[in-house]
Design a protein around this ligand. Structure first.
Ligand code: FAD
Length: 394
């Protein structure tokens, strides 16, 4: 966005001085605010969001809270080795535990939270074999997984034409916006100095007297520290992200509710496609960006006929109970894919006053709450895991 001198109403107002300005009001920004105010309630924190809180990917995802990354675990081990792959897995297990302890508590129903695991399903014997290999590595490492065959998929998930799969027993699912509201409520109910500024789009970032100056049309903010919680939108705000975080569109559709038949959420086709039945009966299905790889890069949140009809075909082919259900919603959102598939947390190697948490590569619900805590650790000079630190790009 560019802003003319005439549009810039902040020029007539006093600059708002803060200790930290967080840009971005999704799960990452809220998690950062949550953990920072917990660390020091006297810290003055402004959270600045372009639209309403949750209007980015956080309010548009499928609500899976899963462990690991966007690939089968055997591939994660191939890339990172066993120890780091386990560390990556544990990181998201901790994320879920922190969410349960700090946010969900006894409000599972209100947040449509279910801790029933998730499945990865194979359409071919080759993928099933790979999943079984993954499962045996995971079992050796003490990760709780079960193998499921074609008949089990049919009876427990109501899904056809899959040859087998595995269940990640520890995974969960949620209503992402209810979770976000709960984090906000928890922040607002505690005595601290956090202020939310919605409908504030940051259009420029300057420097003055050693501080960062964050400019929006409505207000100008000044602080020694800026946190970018902008995930896929990072490259629009700072050149550091241009070759590290890639805005990647994901598309979804949802149907009217039908009687509950699925045990837990499912991934298919090497984690590219996914579907789940909500506790309230609606079916949500997303993926297929592999069909239009180039068109799915960028910032447009439109949907495309090619991918939407592939989602419909998938439903008809694999999920008989939903064949007659009316499609009620179609939408898309922008994810931030990182260059190596792992998130990025901490100060930018090029600027110690700029921090980032993002690059969640389609798994922000499984990563961001813990990442807010780790970001706080990095600000207070405590050690953070190597696989996640932004310093790995120095
Ligand atoms: C279709 C889809 C399905 C998904 N399914 C899942 C899933 O089931 N499970 C899972 O774990 N993950 C899923 N994801 C990914 C997940 O949604 C993201 O990883 C997560 O929401 C990222 O959170 P965030 O806060 O980092 O980013 P966002 O939620 O995108 O927040 C970034 C915020 O920054 C704001 N912003 C951008 N530019 C500016 C600016 N200039 N000034 C001020 N504010 C600005 C945006 O408006 C936005 O609100 C899915 C994503 C999509 C799109």
């Amino acid at each position: 966005m560019s802003v003319s001198i005439w549009m810039d109403k902040s020029r007539d107002k006093k600059t708002i001085e803060q200790d930290i300005v967080i840009i971005g009001g999704g799960i990452a920004g809220l998690s950062a605010a949550y953990w920072l105010q917990k660390e020091d309630p006297t810290m003055r924190i402004a959270l600045v969001e372009k639209y309403q809180l949750g209007d980015g990917a956080t309010g548009r995802n499928a609500g899976f809270i899963t462990c690991g990354s966007v690939e089968h675990f055997n591939r994660l081990v191939g890339k990172h080795g066993e120890d780091e792959a386990k560390e990556i897995w544990n990181y998201s297990e901790v994320n879920l535990q922190l969410l349960k302890d700090e946010i969900i508590q006894n409000r599972e129903k209100e947040m449509l939270f279910e801790h029933k695991g998730s499945f990865s399903l194979a359409s071919t014997p080759e993928e099933f074999q790979e999943l079984k290999n993954s499962a045996s590595i995971m079992e050796k490492m003490g990760i709780n997984v079960d193998i499921i065959d074609e008949a089990g998929i049919k009876s427990r998930l109501g899904a056809d034409k899959f040859v087998g799969g595995i269940k990640y027993v520890g995974d969960a699912s949620i209503h992402p916006l209810h979770m976000l509201s709960e984090i906000r409520d928890k922040i607002e109910k505690t005595k601290n100095e956090v202020t939310f500024y919605e409908n504030h789009e940051v259009f420029a970032l300057d420097e003055s007297g050693g501080d960062k100056v964050v400019r929006t049309k409505q207000n100008t903010f000044k602080a020694p520290i800026v946190v970018f919680a902008t995930n896929g939108y990072g490259p629009q705000l700072h050149p550091f992200f241009e070759d590290k975080i890639f805005p990647t569109r994901g598309q979804i559709l949802a149907t009217e509710p039908v009687e509950r038949f699925m045990e837990a959420p499912c991934y298919a086709n090497f984690v590219l496609d996914y579907f789940r039945q909500l506790p309230t009966g609606e079916m949500v299905i997303g993926g297929f960006r592999q069909l239009q790889k180039d068109a799915e890069i960028g910032y447009s949140d439109e949907t495309s006929a090619v991918i939407q009809s592939a989602l419909e075909d998938f439903l008809h082919q694999h999920i008989p109970a939903i064949r007659k259900a009316k499609i009620t919603h179609r939408w898309s959102g922008i994810m931030g894919f990182s260059v190596d598939g792992q998130p990025m947390v901490g100060a930018l190697p090029t600027d110690p006053q700029c921090f980032f948490l993002g690059g969640f590569t389609a798994h922000g619900l499984g990563l961001a709450f813990h990442s807010g805590k780790v970001l706080t650790d990095s600000m207070f000079d405590r050690k953070i895991p190597n696989f996640i630190t932004a310093k790995r790009f120095s």
